[in-house]
Write a protein that binds this ligand. Structure first.
Ligand code: ACO
Length: 312
């Protein structure tokens, strides 16, 4: 049996914060941010919109796209490092708001690789026929743990949500291979500190990411006996355009075959891959039968990649 995405959706809060806006609060420049990261602007959620609110809006869109009723859901997995509260989980809040009365619900914590972990967990339950419909969401309100006085990090992040409904798809479509990994020894390079702010050793994370993203992308392709040339579209975690470019060049694919939402959204952690996936399908960049590679990395350190044949 094949397991794949049967519906997608995303939500980006309307408030735009540009690099010029950040020049007013920290010692930085539009030029530095653009050239070092590829980010031009990011979306920031208002105070009255929390993580679960964004998750709800993305989930509603994904359910509609899938033609699935909330009551049909068997499981809800929410990947986030910025839940409304540590407990109850965002997944439980979502279960209640959607009216997904028969769904089990839990959050998944794997930072920017969280959506990949959620997707592969969903696949196991569907593969084994334990569950039929699983809602997965990647959502972050990073603005609430951002230190707005630290120019090293505050220019990088944004808020948003992306969601997918997973289920059985036609033979040959859906997830063809995957890789998940972790290296807890690298945890010291990216963590939430005692003031509840995000701390990052950018150079160390950069070194890890430029090695891991291309490696994992190639691994999932080779596992299924395909060549790099067979990849139709690449959705890397949107952390830094230079890291993304390293993955793209290693795969040897054309610029227009890689999603680059980083320009307008910045780094949305676990939400970046599903937001980019949803946008790429909506704008026609991903077409039926395309071989798509999703690849993420993040705090933990964690990483994950999936090769999937798009379509139901
Ligand atoms: N504006 C101006 N100057 C800045 C800024 C800024 N916003 N931020 C840092 N600088 C300065 C630094 O202070 C440093 O100055 P110094 O040399 O006087 O000390 C100089 O710029 C260069 O700093 P580097 O760290 O070498 O800059 P680099 O080119 O590596 O870019 C960056 C920094 C963008 C953070 C990069 O290292 C990076 O993208 N790292 C990976 C981040 C990442 O992928 N995170 C993903 C995980 S996020 C998650 O899991 C939630």
């Amino acid at each position: 049996m094949s397991v794949g995405v049967i519906g997608i959706g995303h939500y980006a809060p309307p408030k735009v914060v540009t690099n010029k806006d950040l020049e007013k609060i920290v010692d930085t420049s539009d030029e530095w941010i653009r050239t070092r990261t590829g980010i031009e602007e990011r979306r920031i959620a208002e105070d009255d919109m929390d993580t679960s609110d964004m998750a709800f809006l993305a989930a509603e869109e994904a359910l509609k796209d899938a033609g699935t009723k909330a009551e049909e859901l068997d499981l809800i997995l929410v990947a986030t490092v910025t839940p409304d509260t540590p407990f109850p989980s965002v997944a439980c809040m979502l279960q209640e708001r959607l009216g997904a009365t028969k769904a089990a619900a839990m959050d998944v914590s794997a930072a920017c690789a969280g959506f990949m972990y959620a997707m592969i967990t969903a696949k196991q339950f569907i593969d084994t026929k334990v569950y039929r419909r699983v809602l997965i969401v990647g959502v972050e309100k990073l603005s609430k743990i951002t230190d707005w006085t630290d120019r090293n990090t505050c220019v990088l992040f944004g808020d948003g949500a992306g969601a997918a409904v997973m289920g059985e798809v036609s033979e040959g479509k859906g997830i063809l291979s995957f890789e998940l990994g972790a290296n807890g020894a690298g945890g010291e390079h990216l963590y939430q500190n005692k003031s509840n702010h995000l701390f990052m050793n950018g150079r160390e994370v950069f070194k890890f990411a430029v090695r891991q993203m291309p490696e994992s992308s190639v691994n999932v392709i080779e596992k299924i006996g395909y060549n790099k040339e067979d990849v139709d579209y690449l959705i890397p975690h949107q952390a830094n355009i230079r890291i993304m470019e390293a993955a793209r060049q290693r795969l040897g694919i054309a610029e227009e075959k890689m999603a680059t939402t980083i320009k307008k959204y910045g780094n949305n952690s676990s939400a970046s891959i599903p937001m980019a996936l949803s946008e790429s399908v909506r704008n026609g960049s991903i077409k039926e039968n395309d071989l798509v590679v999703l690849v993420g990395f993040g705090a933990g350190l964690t990483w994950g990649a999936v090769a999937l044949r798009w379509g139901k």
